[in-house]
Design a binder for this molecule. Structure first.
Ligand SMILES: Cc1cc2nc3c(=O)[nH]c(=O)nc-3n(C[C@H](O)[C@H](O)[C@H](O)COP(=O)(O)OP(=O)(O)OC[C@H]3O[C@@H](n4cnc5c(N)ncnc54)[C@H](O)[C@@H]3O)c2cc1C
Length: 462
């Protein structure tokens, strides 16, 4: 179906109010894609303002068998918010209220359209913080973070989104209201549907409200930037750091090709000659305890291949040290216009082997591979830089991707550390999840969404 029937559209407008429903070509095309290059025009885009309106919308969709595509900021890079033919996009952009901020119980209840950094900003006004810190935090929204179990540099110490949610309010695909979890820091009642819905990529329920867990904001933070002459030496340093007791609040890695791209972009002037890998390491906590933490981290980070260590304590110094890492996304676009972004994760002890394997695969398939990311979690973003018009290169990239996935799985790793499966990675899911487990997951999907109208074409292989 390429258009909504007049009856269905009239019913939708009557449900939400005509000012909340857009079926014009310009709006539909604005919501036709996310960060991936795929496009599909939805038949309409809706902007509900509260839980009750989302409930009415889902019941309308269930009645008319219309697929709903939940969407937060559209910054996902696996096609998770990609419409399918005949679908209606449900944008949560108008659901941005803080319903309750309760510092005594270290929690905040929010509507799921709120921007992630705003939650953190408000929490900090009371000496608390919202720990998950995806790189897109300035614009991505809590609903998208919940659906993808988003993470970020701080997650090596604090955990991912799933570890910072006490409860949810949501609506299943047949219009049932769901409340999960509680407002308490301990909870042992019923099945843990909170953890099930987090990471479900909008395929089980539309999440309208979340009770987020806050933690005390650290008093001080310090950053180390370490340059190594060999990639393997940097990976071995990561393994040593994660084996000792002081857990850094960031442990990020950039490989040789990332540094090459940065040099071409002009943002690596202060990296010493011969640098083949960079680690960014942060520690946080009480100001008086930081020097001791840094000393322990430095001891673990020292070793053969370390060329230079720089440290930063003030906001300006820290910002300067992070410049190269923060400009990496733009810099890699110089290598080729299209980036196929893999987000693999391995047990941290396998990191050096993973980086070697990435190097070998890049040479074997003659595809530039740029690897960087959250090394402390064993989670690397492996970017295959390609030209869409070059069919031969695209075929080599496809073969390279599959071999990368197989290599990671052989290391007891996983397809995705934080970006999720969406529509882009579902072809690989059956390589990781055994048939009986996948069948159970499909049954769970059917329980939540019997008509299959919630975000079809995502998460599961065809
Ligand atoms: C520059 C850049 C940096 C990034 N850095 C990180 C990073 O450090 N860590 C990380 O994890 N990711 C990162 N990402 C990926 C992306 O930002 C995250 O996946 C983020 O969680 C997506 O949020 P969003 O608001 O854009 O959601 P969208 O892309 O709009 O949606 C993501 C998924 O959530 C579903 N969804 C949205 N709202 C709801 C809801 N209310 N109920 C049910 N389902 C819903 C959508 O259907 C879709 O499947 C980055 C992306 C970019 C472009």
């Amino acid at each position: 179906m390429s258009d909504l029937s007049a009856t269905a559209l009239a019913a939708l407008e009557a449900t939400l109010g005509p000012e909340r429903v857009f079926a014009d070509p310009a709006t539909r095309s604005l919501y036709a894609s996310d960060e991936t290059p795929q496009h599909c025009l939805p038949v309409a885009v809706c902007f509900p303002r509260a839980h009750a309106e989302v409930l009415a919308l889902v019941r309308w969709a269930y009645t008319y068998s219309i697929a709903l595509i939940p969407r937060a900021a559209g910054s996902g890079n696996v096609g998770g918010a990609l419409p399918v033919p005949g679908s209606v996009v449900v944008s949560f952009e108008c659901m941005t209220r803080v319903l309750e901020f309760d510092p005594d119980n270290r929690l905040m209840v929010v509507e799921t359209g709120i921007v992630t950094d705003e939650v953190d900003r408000l929490a900090r006004s009371a000496g608390l913080m919202y720990a998950p810190d995806p790189g897109s935090g300035a614009y991505c929204r809590i609903g998208g973070n919940l659906a993808m179990n988003a993470a970020g540099p701080r997650c090596v110490k604090y955990g991912a989104t799933r570890d910072h949610v006490l409860g949810l309010r949501a609506i299943s695909g047949d219009g049932r209201e769901i409340r999960t979890g509680s407002r308490t820091s301990k909870y042992a009642t019923g099945y843990d549907l909170t953890r099930l819905l987090i990471g479900s990529e909008g395929t089980l329920a539309l999440i309208t409200e979340a009770t987020l867990k806050l933690v005390p904001a650290p008093e001080a933070i310090a950053t180390l930037r370490l340059c190594y002459s060999r990639t393997r030496a940097a990976c071995e340093a990561v393994i040593r750091v994660m084996r000792q007791p002081v857990v850094p609040c960031a442990l990020e890695f950039m490989d040789a090709r990332s540094i090459e791209a940065l040099r071409a972009y002009g943002d690596a002037q202060d990296l010493p000659e011969g640098t083949q890998a960079v680690l960014m390491v942060e520690a946080d906590g009480d100001a008086h305890a930081l020097p001791e933490q840094l000393a322990a981290l430095n001891r673990a980070l020292e070793g053969p291949g370390l060329i230079e260590t720089q440290s930063g304590f003030s906001k300006a110094e820290i910002q300067r040290l992070w410049t190269a890492r923060k400009s990496l996304s733009h810099a890699v676009k110089r290598i080729a216009p299209r980036k196929i972004n893999e987000d693999v994760v391995v047990p941290v002890s396998q990191l050096a082997d993973l980086v070697d394997a990435i190097d070998r695969l890049g040479h074997r398939w003659a595809v530039p591979l740029v690897a960087f990311g959250h090394a402390g979690n064993g989670n690397l973003h492996v970017n295959l830089m390609v030209h869409e018009a070059d069919a031969d290169e695209m075929a080599r990239a496809a073969a390279c991707r599959r071999e990368l996935v197989e290599t990671v799985l052989a290391m007891h790793g996983s397809l995705s550390g934080e970006h999720g499966i969406g529509s882009e990675k579902r072809q690989f899911l059956a390589l990781e999840i055994e048939p009986s487990t996948l069948a159970l997951m499909r049954q769970i999907k059917t329980q939540f969404d019997p008509a299959g109208i919630l975000n079809p074409g995502k998460k599961f292989p065809d």
